[in-house]
Ligand binder design. Sequence first.
Ligand code: BGC
Length: 416
Amino acid sequence: MRKLGRLATVVALVGMGVAARAGEVEVLHWWTSGGEAKSVGELKKIMQGKGHTWKDFAVAGGGGDNAMTVLKSRVVSGSPPAAAQVKGPAIQEWAAEGVLANLDSVASAEKWDSLLPKVVADVLKHKGHYVAAPVNVHRVNWMWANAAVLRRAGVASMPKTWEEFFVAADKVKKAGLIAVAHGGQPWQDFTIFESVVLGVGGAKFYSDAMVKLDPKALNSDTMKKSLETFRRVKGYTDAAAPGRDWNLATAMVMQEKAAFQFMGDWAKGEFLAAGKVPGKDFLCAAAPGTSTSYTFNVDSFAMFKLKDANAQKAQADLAAAIMGAEFQEVFNLNKGSIPVRLNMSMAKFDDCAKLSSKDFVDTAKSGSLLPSVAHGLAVRPELEGAIKDVVSQFWNEDKITVAAAQSRLVAAAVAK
Ligand code: BGC
């Protein structure tokens, strides 16, 4: 009896504690596909478990362009959400506007500095203060394939070079299937483009041309070859590609309509959500010529300044939960990415994730761990938009020559 009485008191106190500090967190994100929605659902569950109210603010549109437009209007009108999916240099721009909250007390209590790779922590800090919390590491330079389609077409293994890729793609075409499932949207076009540049030119060239936007690299023969190779890939996509969402392209691979897709590992989240088995139903490999490099895309939530004390508490709990081991595991198992928190066990992860984790560590040492331009980790948003436009125009309009695209790239890079 006495024991029960004590338990009741503890339960009551815990209940009071939760009630006293419960708040609402409004979270803006663009995770609306099957695998994405399942992943963000895990964060919602954790926050609800802490007694908070989750207000979902999902803005559909892969790559987040629509979400960023909506975010701007909310912040300008003075009612930002508690947290918004913002990445890379865009975090700095929001922080410079003075609208982001300082997360240092959560970060130091939870020891973020020792749990994050420095290259990641630097992206999340503005003038030395944490303003965003990271959820994962996505690898962008992946190639996905349907194993049955490859068998049917007589492709024995995943192509390792672009030349091998075109041989394989011809075999798929001959078998009457689509070689490359693609969604024609600027961020998807650029996802292929940056993998081609990396595969053709290597890590140093990618860094010079794509990250530093060095005019010499942009004007070089290696860039010429990259653009030619990129245009060749287009010949293996179907006529209905323009405007297609990325997850519908992934579905084409799943449904044995297409052989390959070049996409970050959120595509794996889609395969898994549909019950497909890695290594059996679908295959993963680094995009041709890129196995010793890694283009990274870290999803993170920037936290906005809020007035209400309960909302601030809920926001701090959200930041702590995001970096917590429990969330990092369950979220990334669903999302297709790997935990950004260091020293996590990979025991429950599949072989694609284990490869990603190993390559992340190896490439960080060798200097070939590179930020993805397509996914907002490398250059300022305005500049990114300008070079994406050039690349998508080149992809869409066959009459634009390689030479013209090269000089437009240089012009876009120096103008901004
Ligand atoms: C994000 C991913 C997301 C993908 C497709 C990427 O830019 O980093 O989290 O799944 O876009 O929407």
